[in-house]
Design a protein around this ligand. Structure first.
Ligand code: GLN
Length: 276
């Protein structure tokens, strides 16, 4: 297994520690054992079928397939989400968006929350879990993503979130919300990052958004006010260099209390504003 980790590290340019962890996760997955078991019985030899499964996963990982798709799960905001290639893989920095959303939802008070482009449902279900009195509506243009999000709601036992297919606000009619959140696609179409790491395996429609990456953010901001209650909030995740332009778009659309917040790397990652 040490040789496998070394190969992974070399092929994917991972540090030794990450490569070792990845090998352990793949083993855990084929053995259906928790991590502690694996560490307690290092001498355990997998049977032939398990070894074949492991080798298959290792080969796919060596081709660059994301760990989250190989394992079929990713942890986000303390919950385990099923993810498939139909959904973006939840990112740690997106937890900032959830934190800011929760700051605006009083714990026991009923309120309506909309999540645009929900993917696996990570944002919507994290909010629904932390705020049982909230009613969360989550939309995605992809039916395959909606199916994954619904499965996650069921697995997590959350019944205060509903999922429907909609191209942004397209299928929402006149519905209004107290809070709208979104982690929309925001990478510029020609950005070389799209060819790196996990990104080539993720749905491009969940990542790229026109020449400057802001096409979908512009659409959301221009239509959001019509779906917010008075003093409702719009919170958006965006790219590392887009905060200034997103604040400008919010101001132009007539929003107040426009602000941005930094993620743990000190990058302005979320911007928000209040409807008039
Ligand atoms: N944060 C992601 C990345 O850097 C992009 C996700 C998105 O476009 N919403 O790859």
């Amino acid at each position: 297994m040490a040789a496998d980790a070394a190969r992974l590290a070399a092929v994917l340019a991972l540090d030794a520690g990450s490569a070792r962890l990845e090998v352990q996760y793949l083993l855990q997955h084929v053995l259906h054992k928790p991590r502690a078991w694996l560490l307690a019985y290092p001498e355990h030899t997998p049977d032939a079928a398990q070894l074949m499964d492991y080798q298959g996963l290792l080969q796919r990982r060596l081709q660059g397939e994301p760990m989250a798709y190989l394992l079929g799960v990713r942890e986000f905001f303390g919950l385990n989400f099923r993810v498939t290639p139909a959904t973006l893989i939840p990112r740690p920095e997106t937890e900032l968006l959830v934190e800011h959303a929760l700051q605006r939802i009083p714990p026991q008070q009923p309120c309506r929350v909309l999540d645009l482009g929900t993917g696996s449902g990570a944002i919507a279900l994290s909010i629904a879990n932390a705020r049982p009195a909230a009613e969360v509506v989550a939309v995605d243009a992809s039916l395959a993503a909606i199916a994954v999000a619904r499965e996650n709601a069921q697995r997590l036992g959350l019944s205060n979130a509903v999922f429907l297919r909609s191209d942004w606000f397209g299928s929402l009619g006149e519905q209004r919300f107290d809070l709208i959140v979104s982690n929309p696609p925001y990478v510029a179409a020609g950005d070389p990052h799209l060819q790196q790491g996990d990104l080539p395996f993720e749905p491009l429609s969940a990542l790229a958004s026109g020449a400057d990456g802001l096409d979908d953010i512009r659409r959301i901001i221009s239509q959001a006010a019509a779906h917010l209650r008075p003093c409702g909030w719009l919170l958006l995740e965006h790219g590392y260099d887009q905060a200034g332009r997103v604040r400008e778009l919010l101001l132009q659309a007539g929003f107040g209390e426009v602000y941005s917040a930094c993620d743990l790397s000190g990058i302005e990652r979320v911007s928000g504003a209040c409807a008039a």
